[in-house]
Each structure stands twice: as C-alpha cells, then as structure tokens.
Design a protein around this ligand. Sequence first.
Ligand code: SAH
Length: 257
Amino acid sequence: MKPEVLLSRIRVVLCRPSHPGNIGAAARAMKTMGLADLRLVDPRRFPDPEADARATGAVDVLESAKISDSLPEALTGAIFVVALSARRRDLGPPGGQPREMVARLLAQAEQGQVALVFGNETVGLTNEEIQQCQAVVTIPANPEFSSLNLGAAVQVLCYEIRMAALAGLASPADATATPASSRMATHDEIEGMYAHFEAVMTETGFLNPAHPGRLLPKLRRLFSRTRLERDEINILRGILAATRSPTGHARGKPPAT
Ligand code: SAH
C-alpha cells in the first residue's frame, strides 16, 4: 500500500485539550508529516484564533477536525488504538516504545483505520481512557523530566510514522491472517462486547457492581493482547447471549420439572 494511503488511515485524537495553541501545534506537526485526520474530544476552547496562529499553514487540518463529546465516538470504526502516556500505569494494555508500536500501527493501517490517543496537558489520559486502547506508548524521555508538550509528543509520533511508512516498515503482525479470517473488529464492536460481558457477569452474579474489583480492566487487558476479528466477537457474544434464559435472566440450574 502506498505510504500516502497508510498515512491517511491514521487519526490523531486529542482528549480534552486545554490550550488551543497546542491544538494548532498538533495540526502543524501532523501536516508536516503527511497526516490530516485530527479528532478533538471535548476541547476547552475550539475553534480559537490561538489555534489558527500556531497551526500557520495547517489551518486546513484544523478546519476539517472532527469534534466529539466522548472518546468512544472519536474512535468509532478504528481497528487499532494506541494511547500515549508519559507514565506507565499498573493495569493497562501492553506497553512499548514509539518505533516498535508505529510498526504495529502501520501493519494494522494496511487493514483499516487506526488511531493515536493523546491526553490533556495537565492530567494526561484517565485510566478509563487508556483501557479503551489496545496498546500504550511511552516516549523514552528523561526519567527526571519525562512529560513532553502535547504538540511535541504529536510531532515525535508523526515523525516516526512518516519514517516507517516511507521505509515500508510495517511489521508483519498479521501474517497470521488466513482466507478464513474475517475483517478486524472495530473499536465500537469491541466496546459492545465488553458491555455485553459486563451485563451477563452482573446478571449471573459473577460481578458485583458495588465491588467490581479489577475484573473489567483485566478482561480488557486480556483482549488487548490479541487482535479480535469481527467473527470472533460474534462468537463470544453468541455464547454470552446463550447464557440468558428466555426471561432475560442468566441461566442457573435447569428448572425442576
Ligand atoms: N502531566 C501529564 C502529561 C501531559 S502531557 C501526565 O503526567 O500524564 C500531554 C500528553 O502528551 C500526554 O497525555 C501524552 O498523551 C503525551 N505525552 C507527553 N509526554 C509523553 C511521553 N514521554 N510519552 C508518551 N506520551 C507523552
């Protein structure tokens, strides 16, 4: 696949950015590296003259940016989502460095839309946001001062993406695909499966919503280690649906006859 096509399949998602200047800087960082699909989740100030000023010649990227109320909305249709975090979290998807993760991202971009998710300038990404991603990238910065400016973090990733795309460096992550494979599951399909798991686990009493513990984050972590196909999601959801009796309650012991 041509590098331009791969680059066009990569969206950059900024979660709750506070400073419009950083949105402009991100747009400029993207355009210089050949990316164009910018998504903003609940930006504090946008559109804004400060964003335009910092974007300079990349105002077109700002003008075509899509604004969403929530992260799931911004990730609809994406088959692979990578979070950017300066800090490692104790329970989250598998982590890695930019170069290796960019190779995986490009391999997935061969098959569909992919996304990079960046956090707010002050608080970064929440654990809940990170758990919606399949991988986490940390830029290996100075351990004593590891937090880059948001626009700078976007630039580092976009540069790595461009270099890898031009060199044809997509890793053969999906050499496992066979003619029996279905297409990759999208973010919304995977989120639908988690909601289904949660509902069935609550109904069966396996999950106590008052004390959920780490069950759901651990399930997310499990599935983030694999690449789910749409047919596999359908099988898992079919099994979940089969646990429900016609009354809608989970099946326990068979009724006495
Ligand atoms: N104080 C925040 C950092 C905010 S910087 C925190 O501790 O999480 C804004 C965003 O830029 C981050 O949410 C992350 O997406 C990205 N970023 C900054 N430095 C980074 C690094 N070293 N590695 C990966 N992402 C980084």
